[in-house]
Unconditional design. Structure first.
Length: 351
């Protein structure tokens, strides 16, 4: 089967499709020992593809994990400001997984981590019809017209935007949980839509991603996806079977029962299992230097040991354990970062 070089690199887990394109145009990729800088280049299974001189083999087993991202961490693999990262909650995952899309620092809920660049690419692109579902807690009791305006479409600073659906999910005494569905992953889209119609966002929760729900997970916990969940997600975005990749297809808004956001106890985000060195941390290039990639040795050696690492496939049990794997909570010790009580939701647009 022939495929475009950047797609091959992405599905081999080297980098996202966009980063793979950068590697190619930067002249770091060879095919059968010849440097290739053209993005349209096709390769098949007989071609020898290398990045920085390291052979890349097609990956037949991709990895997929769903994390319940707590609020109080960034979704990027590293943060120039040194804030906690969502990746640090994946303590015993050895593969170079990367997050698909972003959730704001103060938002919480489902984040998919995977090695599968092709799937990530399709989930990110509005063309493939992936709908993002959010539960948004807003102050007060919104007027039906405010919700209708978000669906009708608004002009934001970066162009027109709309929600595919908005309805009242649950009413509390002073606040309202809205269920909002949007068709793109644009920066702060949900917060900006709410703001544009005069609604103050108090909390933002993503109960599922790609149809996979965080039900049964505690904040800071993750689980591997079941093969049938991966297959369903692939079908949804047209990567397998009768897909929905037709961009002219009328938008049908998904309606599934949604889990509730976890209760908050005012003591900050749970501590991650152990510091997990990010493949991108410390200014390292997205593709490691020659010699590192094949075995992933350096990453493994430099990772501090943690009891959970001894369990090769123990991620399932991560689902429902209490969220203090470091044991600090039990011993009464608290990480310094949690000493000071922070406002729960800044309402500011930080990522
Ligand atoms: N919309 C937002 O405003 N923030 C997110 O994190 C995701 C969608």
């Amino acid at each position: 089967m022939t495929e475009r070089l950047q797609k091959f690199l992405a599905s081999a887990g080297v980098a996202s499709r966009r980063k793979a394109e950068e590697l190619i145009t930067a002249g770091r990729v060879t095919v059968n020992s010849k440097r290739v800088t053209e993005l349209g280049t096709k390769v098949d299974e007989r071609d020898l593809v290398a990045v920085d001189g390291q052979l890349v083999s097609a990956r037949d087993e991709q990895r997929y994990f769903l994390l319940y991202k707590p609020s109080g961490c960034v979704t990027t693999l590293s943060d120039p400001q040194g804030r906690p990262t969502a990746a640090s909650y994946l303590g015993n995952v050895k593969e170079r997984v990367f997050p698909v899309g972003r959730l704001d620092y103060d938002a919480e809920g489902a984040v998919l981590f995977t090695t599968d660049g092709e799937l990530a690419n399709r989930l990110a692109h509005p063309r493939y019809g992936h709908q993002r579902v959010y539960l948004v807690k807003v102050k007060g009791d919104p007027e039906p017209e405010q919700l209708a305006r978000m669906v009708a479409g608004l002009r934001l600073e970066d162009g027109p935007a709309k929600a595919l659906a908005v309805d009242v999910h649950e009413k509390a005494e002073k606040n309202t949980w809205l269920r909002m569905v949007v068709g793109e992953g644009r920066y702060h889209l949900v917060k900006r839509l709410c703001e544009a119609v005069g609604l103050q966002v108090l909390r933002l929760f993503r109960p599922e991603f790609g149809g996979i729900s965080v039900e049964g997970l505690l904040p800071g916990r993750f689980r591997p996806l079941e093969p049938e969940e991966v297959a369903a997600m692939q079908r949804m975005i047209g990567l397998a079977g009768e897909g929905s990749s037709d961009r002219d297809r009328p938008v049908e808004v998904v309606r599934r029962p949604l889990p509730k956001a976890a209760r908050r106890h005012g003591h900050g985000p749970p501590a991650p299992p152990s510091p997990r060195p990010s493949p991108l941390a410390g200014g390292k290039p997205p593709f490691p230097p020659p010699g590192e990639r094949e075995s992933g040795e350096r990453a493994e050696r430099s990772r501090p040991s943690h009891p959970s690492r001894e369990r090769e496939s123990g991620e399932r049990s991560e689902r429902s354990r209490p969220s203090h794997p470091s044991g600090k909570k039990e011993s009464g010790e608290r990480p310094a970062a949690r000493e000071k009580k922070k406002p729960r939701f800044s309402g500011r647009r930080s990522r």
